[in-house]
Ligand binder design. Structure first.
Ligand SMILES: [Zn+2]
Length: 265
């Protein structure tokens, strides 16, 4: 048997983080590293296939990730760090949102906390402590602390930080969404559902929250809950009623809970 294929060789500047895989959905270890893809025969590299790349967030469960050409890494890193500046300024001014140079209104804490995993994946995670030093005590800082704990594999400490952010900013839905997602990923579904329900009360028109509730109910085999949330979803976004996969899940839940599938034909 001849064994040939392609593989990443010469892996360096490796960073391991924890996060949700955008391909398989698993909350698992993710690897970021610089390397080059080679065609191999018996695992001996023969032919380089393309240039050097930075692999980002390669999932330890499904091996999927993304990559950028290595020469673009400094520009990507700079743009992430540059993008933090207005968010840091907003945090120092105690503002929950800010308007970026393109005119979009962004959430201060989400922008800061969302950059943490990317900084780590680009091998500049060491700037996070200095970022934290600049931020005043408050919900945005708690979100960043939580994100760092989450990324570095300490989800329980992250959950505490997100709870603190939610408590400090009770009218803000963002800390609740970060908290609920991590609770759900940790298998703490009852708690996750309670947090999503609170978020749904604050933003009844937020289709994403309803979709997450439907997924959670499905995982918990709460078929009545699945039906209720799908009916809300189809009413709020009728185009979803044409998605075969969603309709199939909804009809299955209706059958399980002996309800008529009133929301679809
Ligand atoms: Zn995966």
């Amino acid at each position: 048997m001849i064994i040939y294929g392609s593989q990443m060789y010469g892996k360096k500047e490796r960073v391991t983080t924890w996060g949700s895989c955008e391909h398989c959905g698993a909350y698992a270890k993710q690897h970021s590293y610089s390397a080059r893809k080679w065609g191999h025969l018996y695992f001996i590299p023969l032919i380089p296939m393309g240039g050097h790349v930075r692999v980002l967030f390669e999932c330890s469960q499904c091996s999927m990730g993304s990559h950028i050409p290595i020469e673009q890494l400094p520009a990507v890193t700079d743009s992430v760090r540059e993008g933090l500046k207005p968010a840091v300024a907003a945090s120092m001014a105690g503002e929950q949102t800010f308007v970026d140079p393109e005119g979009d209104e962004l959430h201060t804490g989400a922008q800061l906390a969302g950059a943490v995993s990317m900084l780590y994946a680009c091998n500049v995670g060491d700037v996070v402590p200095s970022l934290l030093e600049k931020l005043p005590d408050g919900p945005a800082r708690s979100l960043v602390e939580g994100s760092e704990y989450q990324v570095t594999g300490n989800p329980d400490a992250a959950i505490d930080c997100y709870k603190r952010a939610a408590k400090a900013s009770p009218e803000d839905v963002v800390p609740l969404l970060w908290l609920a997602e991590l609770l759900a990923n940790r298998g703490r579904r009852e708690e996750a559902r309670a947090v999503y329900e609170k978020a749904a009360e604050m933003q009844p028109d937020n289709v994403g929250i309803v979709a997450n509730l439907a997924d959670l109910c499905e995982a918990m085999k709460d078929w009545d809950g699945v039906c209720d949330h799908y009916e809300t979803l189809f009413a709020a976004a009728p185009s979803l009623g044409e998605d075969k996969k969603l309709v199939k899940t909804y009809k299955k839940a209706c059958k399980k809970s002996r309800r008529d599938p009133v929301a679809v034909q």
